[in-house]
Design a binder for this molecule. Sequence first.
Ligand SMILES: NC(=O)c1ccc[n+]([C@@H]2O[C@H](COP(=O)([O-])OP(=O)(O)OC[C@H]3O[C@@H](n4cnc5c(N)ncnc54)[C@H](OP(=O)(O)O)[C@@H]3O)[C@@H](O)[C@H]2O)c1
Length: 255
Amino acid sequence: MSERDLSGRIALVTGGSRGIGRAICRRLARAGAWVAINHSASDEAAAETLAGIEADGGAGGVYKADVSSFEATDAMFRRIEADRGPVDLLVTNAGIASFQDDVDMPVDLWRRILAVNLDGTFHCVWRARAGMLARGDGRIVCISSINGLAPTTMRSDRLIAYGTSKSAIIGFSRNCAVAFGPAIRVNCVAPGLVDTDMTSGMSEEMRARIVASTPAGRTGTPDDIAELTYFLLSDAASFITGQTCVASGGLVTLP
Ligand SMILES: NC(=O)c1ccc[n+]([C@@H]2O[C@H](COP(=O)([O-])OP(=O)(O)OC[C@H]3O[C@@H](n4cnc5c(N)ncnc54)[C@H](OP(=O)(O)O)[C@@H]3O)[C@@H](O)[C@H]2O)c1
């Protein structure tokens, strides 16, 4: 069996109905994992992700839950465990952002962005952790953002909440890697600009400006991020934990 084979593994990808999460679901299923596709609203999109997995010859199921609620997250894990067994590959990808250029950021919006992006990550990792530790094996990838490493050049108060949530995810995953090793490896992926529903509202001018500053000369695709996530979850990355891996076409580089 190859070190990149995920046969027999049970994966959970939060926010798997669309965009980057969908590409991750499909990549993990092509590697042999059984994939639980989480989402909170778009039933049709989640069903399309599952249909894509099945068309590729893979298998999985759809699990609707708002990860900002620990109770809903716990109930989702219980359903997955009853249907299939414990989760041993976790990708915390569900996220929201607000890209409006206006300066106002209502307090409720700050709370919602932190609740979905940061609390949602914490809830899933916390729920998965005990079983992974007991089994002595688990791999986790938390999806952060280059906005978690460096502030965006976009002047928007609303991106303060997003950037803060993504920085906190990096700190959280580093601490988890230390606390849960060697049984569990925990890494972060920090994507640059990827064309998805999340970024579809961005102005063409802003998009062109970002591409012009990107050494790779293009925006990312969901598959770019899925490939890196898959690598980090596989045994090929067995010596990599506590890291933040940037996939931004060179727009952001780490020292
Ligand atoms: N696109 C980029 O340029 C970019 C760059 C850096 C980082 N990222 C990060 O990558 C991740 C995915 O982004 P994307 O661009 O693929 O976004 P997207 O296309 O907007 O998809 C977001 C996904 O998250 C799910 N979701 C939202 N709120 C949820 C909740 N409370 N509970 C469970 N699922 C929830 C959505 O499903 P429902 O609508 O059905 O709930 C959807 O599947 C996010 O964490 C984002 O911050 C994106």
